[in-house]
Design a protein around this ligand. Structure first.
Ligand code: SF4
Ligand code: SF4
Length: 389
């Protein structure tokens, strides 16, 4: 059973691990040892591409291939939940896989597991205190500088860096999601970090590896809470700034006026779960006569068409499960703060349903359980929360 299935699991102790060379190398040593001891058959991990200017997800079975692996990579070119979905979409498979991902990637994987687009039975989820990721556009301009900057987050203990993605700056869910094992970097001495079991499955891994977990977690928890409070403040300010951009149809139209309809935001979103997307289908394409008729009615018609329909359709589909990972914003060529907008809307919907994506795999998706009479109640809740701002 992993924590995703066992909400009541509350980690009390962790194993103190000595850092050898760097956090990255120490985490890689752990995975190498676990592969050698056959605790896992393979590790799903980000690996630097040969040109050295990006990362991709690789399923590694051979320990000699860990050379360019980066358990905590500076950018997120592909959401980990999407990689895990490609790997397990057709079922659990026979291999025992360790996957190391950011907390937002794990939350997305849990949401996809509820939709049977990820199967977690034979997967061991590892996470870490996440300092955020760099915007992809900044990183690709100078990958070497990006690597150095990201490394300094750990060596100089920077946990609220302005150079990270705006969505990361306001992420108050950067530590201990529903993973099986968590690398707790905060609040420990310079030369150590904690490996914290967060499920019975995670405890089993440590027992098999012969790693005792007796160390106190209070300093780590204290530091996590301290940073969480700072992040909550930034989140409040961000939502306050985003609110006028989406309040009412006129503002929404203005905000998305520069959208070029590339659908990048949809392609990278782990939560865009439809197997057949209306916007990519032939049903969404019309004849010239039809467009002319629409132009006649309104006086004019813009191309690409249906920008607001696309954005509002996407919002209605995934605002309950949006994990605020920022992928959509990272790839928007029009520099629209898509993730901040979606996160703002999602926050309202999720609060209305008292739902937190990725909290617990046993917690059903509200829209699967939705009852018609709840509509009025929901409308009131959303209106109240908007008018309170
Ligand atoms: S809408 Fe954007 S922020 Fe939300 S889950 Fe999708 S990609 Fe991530
Ligand atoms: S990525 Fe940006 S420009 Fe492309 S469809 Fe999404 S919001 Fe529009």
């Amino acid at each position: 059973m992993n924590t995703a299935e066992n909400e009541s699991y509350n980690p009390k102790k962790g194993a103190m691990i000595s850092i050898k060379d760097s956090i990255k190398k120490t985490i890689l040593s752990f995975f190498k040892e676990a592969l050698e001891k056959k605790i896992f058959d393979a590790v799903l991990i980000p690996v630097k591409v040969p040109a050295g200017d990006s990362y991709t997800w690789i399923l590694i079975e051979d320990v000699s291939l860990f050379k360019d692996a980066a358990p905590i990579e500076p950018v997120m070119p592909v959401q980990g939940a999407n990689a895990l979905s490609s790997l397990t979409r057709k079922g659990k498979g026979n291999l025992k896989i360790a996957a190391i991902m950011r907390p937002c990637e794990i939350r997305a994987a849990i949401e996809l597991a509820k939709l049977e687009q990820v199967h977690l039975e034979n997967v061991f989820l590892f996470s870490f205190d996440c300092p955020g990721a760099l915007p992809l556009s900044d990183y690709v301009q100078n990958p070497k500088k990006g690597e150095e900057l990201f490394e300094s987050f750990f060596t100089e203990n920077k946990w609220n860096e302005k150079s990270t993605k705006p969505i990361c700056r306001m992420c108050d869910n950067f530590s201990i999601p529903n993973c099986d094992l968590h690398f707790g970097i905060l609040g420990t001495e310079k030369d150590n970090f904690l490996l914290i079991p967060n499920s019975i499955k995670g405890e089993g891994v440590l027992n098999e590896m012969g790693i005792a977990f007796k160390n106190d977690l209070s300093e780590w928890k204290k530091k996590v809470n301290e940073i969480k409070k700072e992040k909550e403040k930034i989140k409040k300010e961000t939502y306050h700034n985003i609110q006028p951009m989406v309040k009412g149809l006129d503002n929404l139209v203005q905000t998305f006026a520069k959208c070029i309809g590339c659908h990048n935001c949809m392609s990278v979103c782990p939560i865009c779960y439809c197997r057949q997307c209306y916007f990519d289908s032939e049903v969404s394409k019309f004849t010239s006569d039809n467009y002319l008729l629409r132009a006649e009615k309104r006086g004019a018609i813009r191309f690409p068409t249906d920008i607001i329909l696309f954005q509002s359709g996407r919002m209605s589909h995934m605002s309950l499960s949006c994990v605020s990972c920022g992928m959509c914003e990272d790839v928007c060529p029009a520099s629209i703060p898509v993730a901040q907008i979606f996160s703002y809307v999602a926050d309202k919907t999720q609060k209305a349903f008292e739902y937190q994506p990725g909290r617990n795999i046993g917690e059903p998706l509200p829209l699967k359980e939705y009852k018609e009479e709840e509509l009025q109640e929901l409308k009131k809740l959303v209106n109240d929360s908007v008018s309170q701002e």
